[in-house]
Design a protein around this ligand. Sequence first.
Ligand SMILES: Cc1cc2nc3c(=O)[nH]c(=O)nc-3n(C[C@H](O)[C@H](O)[C@H](O)COP(=O)(O)OP(=O)(O)OC[C@H]3O[C@@H](n4cnc5c(N)ncnc54)[C@H](O)[C@@H]3O)c2cc1C
Length: 361
Amino acid sequence: MPPRIIIVGSGILGLSIALELQQRFQHRSPKSHPSITIISAELPSQPSEWIDDPQRRPSPDYASMWAGAHYRPIPGASPQLRLEGQWAMDTFRRMRRIARDTPEAGVRLMPGIEYLEDPPEEYCRLRTGDCYAGEDDEFRVLDRAELPEGVTWGCRYNTYSLNAPHYSRWLLDQFLAGGGRILHRKLARLEEAFTLSEDGSLPLVINCTGRNFDQDDKMRIIRGQTLLVRNKFDKTITRQNRDGSWIFLIPRPFAGTIIGGTKEPGDMEMKPRIETRRKLLEDCVRAFPEFVARLEDFEVVLDNVGRRPWRDGGVRLEKERIGEGKTVIHAYGAGGRGYELSWGIAQEVADLVLASERSKL
Ligand SMILES: Cc1cc2nc3c(=O)[nH]c(=O)nc-3n(C[C@H](O)[C@H](O)[C@H](O)COP(=O)(O)OP(=O)(O)OC[C@H]3O[C@@H](n4cnc5c(N)ncnc54)[C@H](O)[C@@H]3O)c2cc1C
């Protein structure tokens, strides 16, 4: 059977969209069930494989392998933040189900804590009981007595974190078990995907390449360096300092804790910087002594460097005709939020696919 839907990219967006589509089509007879193929330059793998064989280490451009990843809402009233807020809440609902029903996926529910030294207006307007992360998030503004020194605003809410490479691999396994196909290949141009149909019919192509072949003027990268340590913690905490720097802890199911992290726009350095590692560990002891109180008590497993695919104006999620009968749905540019927006974006892409199908592409 020729591929009818081709998804280019197996990052968190490509994988979530692939599974969402399989679920939408599952009630159909095998004859009318479109085949779904993922074509990707890189595929999910796990740190246990890279540590033994550095050749298998994913490139920093494969952002999904380097994410923390936790869910931190971003309050704000701009149209972009409102749309992302809706995607994030849809994703939270789905992640709660995954955490409850399939713990082997590597998603865990836990408390989230925010500490801000210099909070913007939109944080100060929030009140205990508001809906911050999603339904039943038990959002609470912290009392002054609960705040660490230097922090002027803080909150506590229900959220989740996940083991990014493990969860991605789990999604891929679900996709394959559901009859999906994989082609491990790097494309020179998106148009190439249209030439891969076995009977000459044109597939619908979904562009989940993270950065769109660097063909979009609105795209930038934001370098992130973090550390995986074996030490364990039971909540995700983020502290935003007055000077714009951050320090955060993200429990990583089955593995330890991610300590982060940097946000370095346009910085293409691929290797971890030793001075950044040192600073992250020192800042961590200072900010979160309840996690690890002395530098010598850290058990470092891995340094991570990834490039967040950030897009001015937010994710590009739209349908485009690029030639006679050639339809592309773009879904890229998720910046630092790909995991926490993943199911919301996947649902919207699936709606576009079904609408395209009704209008015969
Ligand atoms: C340090 C760090 C921490 C982060 N923390 C969080 C977090 O806590 N929460 C959160 O939600 N997000 C976080 N993110 C952001 C998140 O990782 C990204 O938003 C997300 O991974 C983007 O996913 P994607 O599928 O769009 O792209 P990617 O993961 O980059 O995947 C792109 C895919 O396209 C393929 N591809 C690209 N070009 C081609 C080509 N020419 N031919 C074939 N295939 C191609 C690649 O091989 C890959 O499979 C973090 C990122 C970093 C770097």
